[in-house]
Write a protein that binds this ligand. Structure first.
Ligand SMILES: [Zn+2]
Length: 288
C-alpha cells in the first residue's frame, strides 16, 4: 500500500540555520532534542501509517524550530509539502488507525480517508464493506473515495437538523423566558383589534371633515374619544416587557401583584408604574 504523491526534497544544510536559530530564540537545543527530531522525522519518512504522533510531537515541542522559524517553512523546506498536505497525511493516519485490520487495506488514498472521516468510528467498517461491494460491481474492485461516500450516505442516517433554539426578546431587549413565548407570539391577535379601532378612528375624522350625510347623526367627537379609550384599554393586552418584578418565572409570577400572574407588563404599565432605577437595572442586564 502506498500513499500517493509522497515525495521528499533533500535536506537543506541545517547547521548554519541551527546556529542562527539559537541566536534568535536564545534556546540552546540539546542533543536529546535534536535526536528526538531525527527520530520522528525517520518515522514520518519510513511509515505510511503512524505518523500522526510524530507530527504532533514535532509541533508541540516546536522541534521544527531547530531547522526553521515556522511550521509552514519547515513543512515546505524540509519535506517539500504544504502544511495542508501534512494535515491530510495526519488525517489519513488518524482515520486508518481507527479501523480493524480486515478493512484497513481498503483505504488506500487520502481522498478515501477524507470520505471516511465524517463517519463515526463504529460505523466505518460497515461503510467500507458496503463500499467494497459497490467497488466489486464497478470495474476493478478498487475502493475509491466515491464508493466510500456513497456507502456512508446509505449506512449512516443523516443527522436530524438541529433547530437552533429561538431567542425572543421583549421591547426592552430582555430575553423572554420560554414559558412566555406563546403569550408574546399572540401579539398579532391584539394588533388586529387595534387596527380595526384605528380604522374606525380614521373614518370618524374623515366623515367629520367631509360632512358625509350618511354619518350625520353620529356624534363624531364623542364617539372618537370613546374609540380612543377603547384603543388604550385594548392596547394593555399587548405584551410589552417581561415583568420586572417576577422576571416572568413560572415559580414566582403566580404571586406577583405587578403583572397579576401574567409574567408580562403592558407598555403603559412599564412607562408609568415601573421606577426608573428598576428600568436601569434591566438596561444593564440587557447589555451584558
Ligand atoms: Zn410579575
Amino acid at each position: 500500500m502506498a500513499v500517493h504523491g509522497r515525495t521528499r526534497t533533500a535536506h537543506p544544510a541545517t547547521n548554519s540555520r541551527w546556529n542562527l536559530m539559537n541566536e534568535m530564540t536564545e534556546h540552546v537545543w540539546t542533543q536529546a532534542e535534536i535526536q528526538e527530531k531525527h527520530h520522528h522525522e525517520k518515522i514520518i519518512q519510513t511509515n505510511i501509517t503512524g505518523i500522526s504522533e510524530s507530527i504532533e510531537v514535532l509541533k508541540r515541542k516546536k522541534l521544527y524550530m531547530i531547522e526553521y522559524d515556522t511550521w509552514e517553512e519547515y513543512c515546505t523546506g524540509h519535506w517539500g509539502w504544504t502544511p495542508q498536505r501534512i494535515s491530510q497525511l495526519v488525517d489519513f493516519d488518524v482515520v486508518v488507525k481507527t479501523l480493524p485490520e480486515k478493512v484497513k487495506q481498503l483505504v488506500t488514498t487520502e481522498a478515501s480517508a477524507r470520505a471516511l472521516k465524517p463517519v463515526p468510528a463504529a460505523q466505518r467498517p460497515k461503510v467500507l464493506e458496503q463500499a467494497q461491494k459497490a467497488a466489486q460491481k464497478d470495474s476493478n474492485g478498487h475502493v475509491n473515495a466515491r464508493h466510500i461516500s456513497e456507502a456512508a450516505a446509505k449506512v449512516v442516517p443523516p443527522k436530524p437538523k438541529e433547530t437552533p433554539k429561538q431567542q425572543f426578546f421583549d421591547k426592552t431587549g430582555f430575553e423572554i423566558p420560554e414559558n412566555l413565548h406563546n403569550l408574546f407570539l399572540r401579539t398579532p391577535e391584539v394588533m388586529g383589534h387595534l387596527q380595526n379601532l384605528s380604522a374606525i378612528r380614521a373614518m370618524l375624522r374623515r366623515v367629520d371633515e367631509t360632512r358625509d350625510p350618511l354619518w350625520l347623526p353620529v356624534n363624531k367627537s364623542m364617539t372618537g374619544s370613546q374609540v380612543d379609550q377603547l384603543y388604550a384599554e385594548i392596547k394593555q393586552a399587548l405584551p410589552y416587557a417581561v415583568c420586572i418584578y417576577c422576571q416572568g418565572r413560572d415559580d414566582t409570577m403566580t404571586h406577583c401583584t405587578a403583572c397579576k400572574g401574567r409574567g408580562v407588563l403592558s407598555e403603559h404599565f412599564w412607562r408609568t408604574a415601573v421606577p426608573e432605577e428598576l428600568k436601569s437595572v434591566r438596561d444593564k442586564a440587557n447589555k451584558k
